[in-house]
Design a protein around this ligand. Structure first.
Ligand code: PMP
Length: 467
């Protein structure tokens, strides 16, 4: 215990300085970072995290929509420690494997839609999407259809930041001053009910989006298109909700044109919408491929997985002939410690009926958040279950946005944090994506904090002349 106490006795100032001088942070605004550096999160337990100054916060973003079973699960730590000391790592190339990777693959096949029985491991969501595109190209090459290369994605989609995953990503600001692989990707319109064209019904809007897909296929030629990739609900792009029936109709068009349907369930998977997989249970689709990460291990260890259909596997696993192998994969594909974490994580989700908790508490969270709609900046409160978002606007009728300099999302997040709650600002949005163990009492506390945070943020916007 002495050692534990010593390891907990961080020197906040020393760490702050080391971090600021040497850690290049992902997704960081240097105009703020150069000045302020970072807040260090040092401890966590259940629904809470604590910073290096000892301030405790309710975690409203599950780390980064990933700590689905909540923080400080000693049994996941123990499973990882046991695996690390028994056999921390060995190759999974060339007919070698390990127990947790084999167990987890079988478990994923059991949980996934019936036709998805084969798992390709990676180290996170970006890598899973990247690997998927390579596998899809390989699949069509082997079928003698080498021109099928283009991937259809959507504006405002988020699929990660490897070169290829960033190219699939359709959030323009994410790629400012970066290059993208435009010869491989075509972006369709986002599906965004809140900002659909004026006077257009949801059903008509859906028709238009499906027509756009058909037109795009007509223009590019189905022979040149390999796959369509979509998040069931767009996450980082702003928790954008598609019109009813959209995904199933998009899939039907893809199927009719021999275009594979890839569901990026990195956020929606593992309980966030009340099911292990949302594609079939919520959106009535049967993807050829589902990608998962984040909640797969609840963030206790880096892990991603691509779940492939029997049909795809049959082609990928056809022997190439003498000397030929499926030459793709990572040193850490099927890492034993990550897979051990995932297995324990899934055991907890099942044992504690966490999906059922989300189905029960999720609609309550949504309805309670909607009681905040009267606040001056709130234009839309949307999402589903434990994947929710508040869109701030300058004008509720025209849906016009506040100027970027107003930093409305940051202001709301700051005021919430001052009151003990961490939510995520993304431009003019505030995202709420909690650990899946929140109960109704926590929801009540969170909504009370947000109510006060929006009041304070509105006052500061008024004081600065933005409202
Ligand atoms: N796909 C989606 C839908 C995501 O939300 C994310 C991460 N937020 C990724 C892919 C990329 O995952 P990672 O950051 O683990 O590479």
């Amino acid at each position: 215990n002495d050692t534990l106490e010593q390891s907990r006795a961080y020197d906040p100032q020393d760490l702050w300085r080391k971090d600021k001088d040497h850690f290049i942070h992902p997704f960081t605004d240097f105009s703020v970072f150069h000045d302020q550096g970072c807040d260090l999160i040092t401890d966590s337990e259940g629904i809470y995290v604590t910073d290096s100054h000892g301030n405790r916060f309710i975690d409203g973003i599950a780390g980064l929509w990933c700590v689905n079973v909540g923080h400080g699960r000693a049994e996941i730590g123990a499973a990882m420690a046991e695996q690390a000391t028994r056999m921390a790592y060995f190759s999974t190339f060339n007919n070698l494997s390990n127990a947790p990777a084999a167990e987890l693959a079988a478990k994923l096949a059991e949980l996934a839609p019936a036709h998805l029985n084969h798992v390709f491991y990676s180290c996170g969501g970006s890598a899973a999407n990247d690997a998927t595109v390579r596998l899809v190209h390989y699949y069509f090459n082997r079928l003698g259809k080498p021109t099928k290369k283009r991937i259809l994605s959507r504006k405002n989609a988020y699929h990660g930041t490897t070169y290829l995953a960033a190219s699939l990503t359709g959030i323009e600001s994410n790629n400012w001053d970066f290059d993208t692989l435009d010869h491989l990707v075509t972006h369709l319109s986002e599906a965004n009910c809140y900002r659909r064209p004026e006077g257009v019904s949801e059903a008509e809007y859906c028709d238009r989006l499906v027509e756009e897909l058909e037109e795009t296929i007509g223009r590019l030629g189905a022979d040149n298109i390999a796959a369509f990739i979509a998040e069931p609900i767009m996450g980082a792009g702003g928790v954008l909700m598609a019109p009813k029936g959209y995904h199933a109709r998009m899939q039907a068009v893809c199927r009719a044109h021999d275009i594979l349907y890839i569901a990026d369930e990195v956020v929606t998977g593992f309980g966030r919408l009340g099911h292990f997989f949302a594609s079939d249970a919520v959106f009535d689709t049967q993807p050829d491929i589902i990608n998962v990460a984040k909640g797969l291990s609840s963030g206790y260890a880096p892990l991603g997985a691509t779940l492939l259909s029997d049909e795809l596997y049959e082609v990928l696993s056809t022997p190439q002939g003498p000397g030929g192998v499926l030459s793709t994969g990572f040193t850490y594909s099927g890492h034993p410690v990550s897979c051990a974490a995932a297995l324990k994580n899934i055991e907890i989700i099942e044992r504690e009926a966490i999906c059922a908790n989300v189905r029960e508490v999720g609609p309550y969270l949504e309805s309670q958040l909607k009681t905040l709609a009267h606040h001056a900046t709130i234009g839309d409160i949307r999402g589903s279950h434990f994947m929710l978002c508040i869109e701030n606007v300058a004008d509720k009728t025209t849906r016009e946005l506040l100027p970027v300099e107003a930093r409305v999302g940051d202001r709301v997040a700051f005021e919430a944090q001052q009151r003990g709650l961490i939510i995520r600002p993304v431009g003019h949005l505030n995202i709420v994506s909690p650990p899946l163990i929140w109960d109704r009492a926590v929801v009540d506390r969170v909504v009370a904090i947000l109510d006060r945070a929006f009041t304070a943020a509105t006052a500061s916007l008024e004081a600065d002349g933005y409202l």
